[in-house]
Design a protein around this ligand. Structure first.
Ligand code: NAP
Length: 281
């Protein structure tokens, strides 16, 4: 029980909103980040019914909430809800972090892309700069990571998707001066890639992607944004292709959380022990 002389007041409140959300590891991750950095926060998972997002955010703010993570299916609604947005959230067209500023403004950010890039480059020591990348998928997750991936200045980026048109649209939207292309899986086969990133939901359903043999360069690496699967068909494909590295998305999950934590608290935690503990290490 808090003492009468506890001048610190109640801990600041944060939460993740989504549907479903009970499986979310975010409360566990943020509590670990807070313990490590000595920050007094509480962080919970809140399930929100379809159509109820704005009301739920309003209730959370009225109860003194300081910030939110937002997950499927509300990232676009969170983008609309935010009154100002970071450039990376603007580019992604989706918001996964809301900050309730002292001025009363609601700021939206997207930490997924920077989280994935940090995991690949810093945690795994796998460069993106100057490399040839193949990115599989053209949904929200891929859109969210493209800005931070391109900021690393890869030599080439090909986006391949089951629905080719969506990949073509995305490649055009992010193209700029970089050599970037969008296509269907059937157009792959003529070139090789140093890093293949799976941002499709295929692994989630235990399904394999129709990828041709030989598109992974010698010493090439594979990264799946999915994590926690006993059997990951995409990483199995990578192994059969002789990948030098097979990486799942658990580090991305922790890194995007750490970036949100930094935005809210102004403290940058050490992610390595949190990733290790989630892996049971
Ligand atoms: N580690 C992390 O922190 C993190 C963060 C965000 C997302 N993710 C993961 O990223 C994945 C994608 O999420 P999202 O939000 O982008 O989903 P989304 O917007 O629904 O997009 C799904 C994508 O997967 C493709 N797809 C679905 N089933 C497929 C199949 N059987 N074969 C081939 N392609 C298939 C879709 O292709 P069509 O366009 O043809 O339908 C689309 O490109 C999910 O598995 C999610 O768990 C991980």
């Amino acid at each position: 029980m808090d003492s009468l002389f506890d001048f610190d007041g109640p801990p600041d409140r944060y939460a993740v909103m989504g549907n479903p959300v009970s499986h979310s590891k975010s409360p566990q991750i943020h509590q670990a980040l807070a313990r490590q950095t000595g920050q007094r926060i509480v962080y919970e998972a809140i399930q929100v019914d379809p159509g109820g997002f704005s009301q739920a955010v309003g209730n959370f703010r009225a109860a003194g909430g300081k910030g939110l993570n937002v997950t499927v299916p509300f990232k676009q609604e969170a983008w609309t809800y935010a009154e100002e947005r970071s450039e990376r959230a603007e580019q992604a067209g989706a918001v996964n972090t809301l900050l309730f500023l002292d001025s009363g403004l609601v700021r939206g950010d997207n930490t997924d892309g920077v989280g994935m890039v940090r995991d690949i480059v810093l945690n795994h020591g796998c460069a993106i700069s100057g490399r040839r990348l193949l990115i599989l998928g053209a949904g929200g997750a891929v859109r969210g990571v493209l800005g931070p991936v391109l900021a690393e200045r890869p030599a080439r980026v090909v986006i391949a998707n089951r629905t080719a048109e969506k990949a073509e649209i995305l490649a055009r939207a992010f193209g700029g001066n970089l050599v970037m292309e969008g296509c269907g899986f059937d157009a792959l086969g003529d070139e090789t890639f140093d890093l293949v990133i799976n941002g499709t939901a295929a692994s989630l359903h235990g399904e394999s992607l129709p990828l041709p043999d030989g598109i992974l360069a010698v010493h090439g690496a594979c990264y799946d944004m999915m994590y926690g699967l006993e059997v990951n068909p995409f990483l199995q494909w990578g192994e059969a292709q002789g990948a030098s590295r097979l990486m799942d998305g658990l580090g991305m999950l922790v890194e995007q959380a750490a970036e949100s934590f930094w935005l809210w608290r102004g403290v940058r935690p050490d992610t390595a022990p949190v990733i290790a503990s989630l892996r049971g290490g």
